[in-house]
Design a protein around this ligand. Structure first.
Ligand code: PEP
Ligand code: MG
Length: 572
């Protein structure tokens, strides 16, 4: 009998396959394990660390060879963790106290993971899963257990309460879908699924147990539906959707090397959003024309001290060099909000998104800011670098940032370090204040990039991370669209280019409106590039010019979205 379960769709697309339940039940193996002397157990721990390190190095090489750089980066982090001397010392201590080696590995990693569990930042909390994953890998090697990187004979849908990052990184080509009891959009398993385009649904909770091994299942990553034992008619309907989607992806993929230009010759620059230099290979493969948003704050997260000038210089230089002739826009640190940094000692805030974040921190911590600016200016020698300021609300902030930029250049001259003298300075338009005063701000900078993720939350007073209000969060809300239209006009009137780097830039449904408004650049996560490019290349300029006023005259986000769905269906 057909049964429909509902979760949260986190990676769109449809998967049809048989359920493969991943439960790594180590308990029987641990019970059967017979421990030797403390010295012998300590020796086994050292050998297991070595074996795990070799296993992970092989996974890194395989991920890199197949161009899966974001997966390689995640496994590299595991490789570093497994070789952490502090973690090893804790395991050896436990073995010295007479604890069997597999249990010592699990207990030591659990202590480490518990520290991550208590962190206020959601991204860092998710890292606890990575540490536990290391513990299970070591325990499996010590107590003997099944390999997780098995080949599957037919398409499978991985079902688990939680998916360990290394299990996700080691998924075979046969994995066509993922269903999890837990997980969020920032969990590594989901990041990997997104990068590989594997449809995924999370948040099924206890209902995950209804997915029995071998059962046929449809996963709809767009709606969050999981259909167990689908009826024949439904299966046929979904199979045809899968075929249509696959044909469209093939067509889109062929466009990577082509320009994003409408039929009337309107050209948009499609760039990538990245968090680290390791994201560049995937971005270039998808046809990114440079980087529209390098979220530099990722260099600052998960550590005890801020990165120094040399480390930041190396990261920006690596990205700039890979961008070639295209622009590489480095956003200065956007910490605070949902990305607190322990070493900045940000006091507990009632409303962190309205508090001490981004440019506000940089201007109050000039040493930190000038160090970052020096690193970016130096990277400018190796490519076409630009600096972008986050969370701007006033001209005064741009003026103050320019003064810091002058100090950074003066210090570099004193130190005799080469740097690019003319680096464009742009700002993010992600607050209603910036949107409304865009004309004045445009006079003070070289470009705008619209950050819709924050602009939507601040304009609609809807927290971007709160599932309770997520139905109200939409970039198609008329207030948001009117602000964007005004920002583009203000920028162009002042002769500067206007881009967008919020999630809206990667939404194919929004592309016709953004092209009609005259956006010059769209920056998005790399896998979104081919689809958006394909949509833009089919646009008739006259049609989108007529569509825009029609969309702007509607009163509800839902109606505007429906209009865009009809438009895209009619034009694809
Ligand atoms: C945005 O707000 O749209 C943006 C791109 O910045 P972030 O998502 O990093 O806040
Ligand atoms: Mg933002």
């Amino acid at each position: 009998m057909e049964e429909i379960l509902r979760g949260t769709g986190v990676v769109p697309g449809i998967a049809i396959g048989r359920v493969k339940v991943l439960s790594e039940d180590l308990a029987p193996r641990l019970a059967a394990y017979s421990a030797g002397t403390p010295e012998a157990e300590s020796g086994k721990i050292a050998a297991a660390i070595k074996a795990a390190s070799t296993e992970l190095a092989q996974l890194i090489a395989a991920a890199k060879a197949s161009g899966r750089t974001s997966q390689a980066a995640i496994i590299e982090a595991h490789h570093a963790m497994v070789n952490d001397p502090g973690l090893a010392a804790n395991m050896h201590d436990k073995a010295g106290q007479g604890i069997a080696a597999p249990k010592a590995a699990l207990a030591a990693t659990e202590e480490f993971a518990a520290l991550f569990d208590t962190m206020p930042d959601a991204y860092l909390r998710e890292r606890a899963a990575d540490v536990r994953d290391i513990g299970r890998r070591l325990a499996r090697l010590l107590a003997g257990g099944a390999q997780i990187e098995d080949e599957d004979p037919e398409p499978v849908v991985i079902c688990a309460q939680e998916l360990a990052p290394s299990a996700a990184a080691g998924m075979s080509e046969k994995v066509c879908g993922i269903v999890l009891g837990q997980g969020s959009t920032t969990s590594h398993a989901v990041i990997i699924a997104k990068a590989r385009g594997i449809p995924a649904v999370t948040g099924l909770g206890g209902a995950i147990d209804r997915l029995l091994p071998g059962t046929m299942v449809i996963v709809d990553g767009s709606t969050g539906q999981v259909i167990l034992q689908p009826a024949a008619a439904r299966l046929a309907e979904y199979r045809s959707q899968v075929e249509t989607e696959a044909a469209r992806k093939r067509q889109d993929g062929e466009m990577a090397a082509l320009a994003a230009v409408t039929l009337g010759g309107r050209k948009l620059q499609l760039a990538a959003n990245i968090g680290s230099p390791t994201d560049m290979a995937a971005a270039l493969m998808q046809g990114a024309e440079g980087v529209g948003l390098f979220r530099s704050e990722f260099l600052f997260l998960g550590r005890d001290n801020p990165p120094g000038e040399e480390e930041q210089f190396a990261a920006s230089k690596a990205v700039a060099a890979q961008c070639g002739k295209h622009l590489c826009i480095v956003r200065t640190m956007d910490a605070g909000g949902d990305k607190p940094l322990q070493y900045l000692h940000i006091a507990k805030e009632e409303n962190p998104f309205l508090g001490w974040r981004a440019i506000r921190i940089s201007l109050e911590q000039p040493d930190l800011f000038i160090t970052q600016l020096k690193a970016i200016l130096r990277a400018g020698v190796f490519g076409n670098v630009a600096i972008m300021l986050p969370m701007i609300i006033s001209v005064a902030e741009i003026t103050a940032a320019k003064a810091c930029l002058e100090q950074a250049a003066a210090q570099l001259i004193d130190e005799g370090k080469p740097f690019a003298a003319k680096v464009p300075l742009g700002i993010m338009i992600e607050t209603p204040a910036a949107a409304v005063t865009a004309r004045e701000l445009a006079a003070e900078c070289d470009f705008f990039s619209i950050g819709t993720n924050d602009l939507v939350q601040y304009t609609l007073a809807v927290d971007r991370g709160n599932p309770a209000v997520s139905p109200l969060y939409s970039h198609f809300h008329p207030a948001v669209l009117r602000l964007i239209d005004g920002i583009v006009k203000a920028g162009h009137e002042r002769g500067i280019w206007v881009g967008m780097c919020g999630e809206m830039a990667g939404d194919p449904l929004a592309a016709p409106l953004l092209a009609a408004m005259g956006l010059d650049e769209l920056s998005m996560s790399a896998p979104a590039i081919p689809r958006v490019k394909a949509v833009i290349r089919k646009l008739h300029d006259r049609e989108i010019e007529e569509l825009l006023p029609k969309a702007l005259s509607l009163q509800n986000a839902g109606d505007i979205r429906a209009l865009m769905e009809r438009f895209i269906t009619a034009n694809s």
